[in-house]
Design a protein around this ligand. Structure first.
Ligand SMILES: *Cc1c(COP(=O)(O)O)cnc(C)c1O
Length: 225
């Protein structure tokens, strides 16, 4: 779907919810996409992208950033502590963020590196709203504690992130995430993907993470079925 159409749908969803269209950031999720598709979106002037693997992001983005220094990168995948420094370097420029803070060790590692370098990207805490065993994120019951810990560590937590279970109504998860954010005084909500971003906006999403609807199906996943 053309980028302009996605943006128009985002704007319409925001307006329908009584929100300003510019209160929703569109993160174009470029993971696993062929370079020419990403370059086509860059050529249209879009600058906000999401990657779920640090290594892949680090191999692709430095060259594109030379051509487009105003690119903003969001790290949206599970983060190992040995990749934190690289993730912070990728996300810090131009107001990017790490969306997947989900455990104490990770928060402490980010805080240590932030102290050392004096720079830290915005942070979202990932909440496993469906309490799925295979999925990252703190359980909802531990979300308040993780927010408090991050604040103790002076980390720039701006919001919460979730990925609803594939087989459940996403709106239940979006409303739960919004509720947890609200009671913690957090305004950022990273939720909504290709199939449900309009619903996420109705529940207050400030960052939608849209991949395949913009770029087409990811080739490696098409092959894998
Ligand atoms: C891949 C991915 C997306 C984008 O998914 P689409 O269905 O292609 O829009 C969003 N969020 C996360 C965390 C992802 O890993």
């Amino acid at each position: 779907m053309p980028l302009s159409e996605i943006r128009a749908r985002i704007d319409a969803a925001a307006e329908a919810a009584g929100r300003a269209p510019d209160s929703v950031d569109l993160i174009a999720v470029s993971k696993k996409q062929p370079p020419e598709r990403v370059e086509a979106i860059l050529a249209q002037g879009h600058r906000v992208f999401g990657e779920n693997r640090v290594q892949e992001a680090a191999s692709k983005w430095p060259a594109w950033r030379e051509a487009h220094p105003d690119v903003t990168l969001h790290i949206i995948g599970p983060l190992q502590t040995n990749k934190v420094r690289q993730a912070m370097e990728l996300a810090a420029p131009s107001g990017g963020a790490i969306h997947t803070v989900d455990r104490e060790k990770l928060a402490r590692t980010i805080a240590r590196i932030a102290d050392e370098t004096g720079a830290c990207p915005d942070l979202f805490i990932q909440v496993n709203t469906g309490e799925e065993e295979q999925k990252a994120g703190v359980p909802p019951s531990e979300a308040d504690g993780m927010v408090a810990l991050c604040r103790e560590l002076s980390l720039p937590v701006v919001g919460l992130m979730c990925i609803p279970p594939v087989d459940e109504t996403p709106s239940l998860h979006f409303s739960l995430l919004a509720k947890i954010a609200h009671r913690n005084g957090l305004s950022g909500l990273s939720m909504g993907m290709s199939g449900d971003f309009e619903e996420a906006i109705a529940f207050g999403a400030t960052h939608v993470r849209v991949g395949s609807a913009i770029f087409g199906e990811r080739p490696s996943e098409a092959e894998a079925g």
